[in-house]
Design a protein around this ligand. Sequence first.
Ligand SMILES: NC(=O)c1ccc[n+]([C@@H]2O[C@H](COP(=O)([O-])OP(=O)(O)OC[C@H]3O[C@@H](n4cnc5c(N)ncnc54)[C@H](OP(=O)(O)O)[C@@H]3O)[C@@H](O)[C@H]2O)c1
Length: 214
Amino acid sequence: MSLVRVHNFSVSLDGYGTGEGQSMEAPFGHAGTRLHSWFFGTRTFRRMLGKEGGDTGVDDAMARAWSEGIGAEIMGRNKFGPQRGPWENEEWTGWWGPDPVFHTPVFVLTHHPRPSVVMEGGTTFHFTDATPQEALRQAREAAGDLDVRIGGGPSTIRDFLAADLIDHLHVVVVPIVLGRGERLWDGLEGLDERFRIESFTSPSGVTHLTFTRP
Ligand SMILES: NC(=O)c1ccc[n+]([C@@H]2O[C@H](COP(=O)([O-])OP(=O)(O)OC[C@H]3O[C@@H](n4cnc5c(N)ncnc54)[C@H](OP(=O)(O)O)[C@@H]3O)[C@@H](O)[C@H]2O)c1
């Protein structure tokens, strides 16, 4: 069966995957861009933007697995955009412009479903009010033989970990202390016992951790 994977998910030293106060002006709240500064210089990130060049060290080696063999993504509604509650504006189609970086079906978990949106480049956003198990069934069907990526944010990844649905988790521990926001690890006591864990340090200062189901 296809695998369920998380890649490039950045957390602060105190375990926050996003800051407090997410908004249109501040997608990561008070964290700003600090959780992802390790990523911006990589060749993988520059390619996502259609640019040449970029670093090819440890950070890039870890980052580039993000898209390999992925046939669908599942994300939470707060990653998709800053609106909360019933949609006031269905014209919002995410942060990623007319040709989003995903190039696959993307299932957006929400208690406020709306019609699917077909974007350029193979990305279609489907809005689904479903348990993690049911959303995964839908994503697997769309992905065919390929794997499914759980794209975040922290509360969605936490829910999939709690349901024991994730086979491979790549977390990037960033040496900053956020103090507030949405934490990844809450309620997951003993998670480490379910996985084989490896770590790789990078000159950029981050530590890459991989949790792989044995
Ligand atoms: N650190 C990283 O690498 C990284 C990666 C990706 C995103 N992020 C950041 O993470 C933040 C978003 O994370 P988050 O934890 O606040 O939220 P999230 O996981 O993106 O979304 C949570 C929301 O999704 C909906 N939802 C989740 N599960 C559902 C289910 N089973 N059924 C129906 N609806 C469901 C609910 O919204 P409704 O009830 O309102 O519909 C819920 O409030 C953003 O700031 C984003 O930029 C960080």
